[in-house]
Design a protein around this ligand. Sequence first.
Ligand SMILES: NC(=O)c1ccc[n+]([C@@H]2O[C@H](COP(=O)([O-])OP(=O)(O)OC[C@H]3O[C@@H](n4cnc5c(N)ncnc54)[C@H](O)[C@@H]3O)[C@@H](O)[C@H]2O)c1
Length: 426
Amino acid sequence: MSYQTLCVLGLGYIGLPTASTFATHGLKVIGVDTNPAIVESLNNGKVHIFEPGLRTLVQAAVHSGNLVIKDQPQPADAFIIAVPTPFKENKLADLSFVTAAAEAITPHLKKGNLVILESTSPPRTTVDILLPILEKSGLSAGKDFQLAYSPERVLPGQILRELIENARVIGGINDDSAKAGKLLYSTFVRGEIFLTDATTAEMVKLMENTYRDINIAAANEFARLADRFQVDIWEAISLANRHPRVEILNPGPGVGGHCISVDPWFFVEAAPDLTSLIHSARQVNDSQPEYVVNFLERKTGKLNGKKITALGLAYKPDVDDLRESPSIETVIHLRDAGAKVTVYEPFDTDHSIEAVISARTLQEAVTQADLIILLVGHSQLKEIDPTELAKNTSARTVLDTVNGWNKQEWQKAGFSIYKLGDGKQP
Ligand SMILES: NC(=O)c1ccc[n+]([C@@H]2O[C@H](COP(=O)([O-])OP(=O)(O)OC[C@H]3O[C@@H](n4cnc5c(N)ncnc54)[C@H](O)[C@@H]3O)[C@@H](O)[C@H]2O)c1
């Protein structure tokens, strides 16, 4: 048996590339999103997110007739749920999108169907939350229809390649469900496919991101220590990483995005008595924007009244994704310290933050500045020529929070340059 038709719920960073890739590999795909603006723009040939190669892929999928975009699910052989799983104000998981998607599938469920949850979810979501909703159809999970969890591990910026090449974990509520999942993803996945149970697969995804969060929290604490002990953290980490079994990630203004800054909280919520390390790592990374602003104040004096230009708002380099971005938090702290802040985010010049100026060009952003701060290592920001910049700005002091700029070059161009974690710079 093979799957001919697929319904993908949620056409965001994960769902849209997934739906399009299945469609260009021959499946008839119904892409569903509850946001009417997204449905409309996709139906008009516009792709609402930036991801290299995605526009071409979506257009190919639509032109082939294999991808249609709808606002509600329709009957299909298989269903993939790729809706958001954010947290609420209190850091508790918001599973309302997952339950809404499951409720929407239930009336269409038939014998022989397969349902896969791809959204990153707290442990036991598939068996304790998804399964009972789907069984309201009167069908029995694992018998009449198959049910599995398969986490997505793609790297934004390289989603299209990684979707196909990455190893994939598929956790079924029973063996048949896991095997059914393998049959579906084998349509295009070239990486190894590993089968397990649903809760293990959920934990795998959360463990991967929690591990990275803890590693970055350590790097951020090392940066604070380096500052105190007159050490350059960037040099120290590169030397420590020459140890064959050490791989310390980079410090920076914090951790953001839809995944690493969110997923560890699912563990903390599910088992607060067992997660003191995970919780502490989250607190370290969440406090890093404030640390950056204090660091800047210590190095350059009171920020009140200073004109500060912040370069980059995205949560990581070369993407347009601003969700949970620590750069935005840093800008808010700068503003609250009394600075007159201008921001320039090359991937999203429309984003606005209250009482902060958004510049549409680099030139506009820097002209009047007293101080420039690099918050995201976007390629185009790292490539700024300090000699050229010096001609267009009144600023002569810069802070690099991501080790994106060469200290000597900036000094030669006449700037005082501070780097986060560079305790050698007085
Ligand atoms: N973005 C990543 O790099 C990444 C990587 C791995 C895992 N994930 C996980 O994948 C899931 C999706 O993330 P994303 O980045 O694609 O989110 P996204 O916000 O970009 O897209 C989700 C889409 O789902 C739509 N939606 C919400 N409720 C819906 C419903 N009931 N039916 C149909 N559509 C609905 C939204 O309108 C939105 O367009 C999340 O759980 C996330 O944690 C994301």
